[in-house]
Design a protein around this ligand. Structure first.
Ligand SMILES: [Zn+2]
Length: 113
C-alpha cells in the first residue's frame, strides 16, 4: 500500500512546517488527490490514523478533495477530461493527451493550533 509512504511524507512535511511556523498541533489536514494519481481515498483514510499516531497530527481530521484529471490534446488542442492516464481525446480520438492536472497528491490546507 503506497498510501502509507505518501502519508509518511505528509507527516514529514507537517513536522517541518511545525518547526518553521511554530505550531504544535495539527487540527485538520486537507489533501488534494488527483483522479490520475492512483491514490485510494479509503486507503488514505485508513492509513492516516496509523501514520499520525503519536505525532503532532494524532487527532487531526483528514479531509480529502478529489481533483479531476485534465489534459490537452496535442492534435486538436482541446481540453480533455481524463479518467485514466491513457484516455484518448474525446473530441478527435487521438492518443497521447498531455496531462495538465490530476496526477499528484498534495497538501492543500492545514489548520493548526
Ligand atoms: Zn483531440
Amino acid at each position: 500500500m503506497h498510501e502509507i509512504s505518501l502519508l509518511e511524507s505528509v507527516l514529514e512535511t507537517l513536522e517541518t512546517q511545525a518547526k518553521q511556523q511554530g505550531f504544535q498541533q495539527v487540527k485538520q489536514v486537507v489533501l488534494e488527490i488527483g483522479a490520475l494519481s492512483c491514490v485510494e481515498a479509503d486507503a488514505l483514510r485508513f492509513g492516516f490514523e496509523v501514520v499520525m499516531k503519536n505525532s503532532l497530527a494524532e487527532h487531526a481530521e483528514l479531509v480529502i478533495i478529489k481533483i479531476a484529471g485534465q489534459g490537452i490534446c496535442p492534435k486538436c488542442q482541446q481540453q480533455v477530461l481524463l479518467e485514466t492516464l491513457h484516455d484518448p481525446c474525446h473530441h478527435c480520438g487521438s492518443f497521447g493527451v498531455t496531462v495538465l492536472q490530476g496526477q499528484s497528491m498534495r497538501i492543500k490546507e492545514l489548520i493548526v493550533i
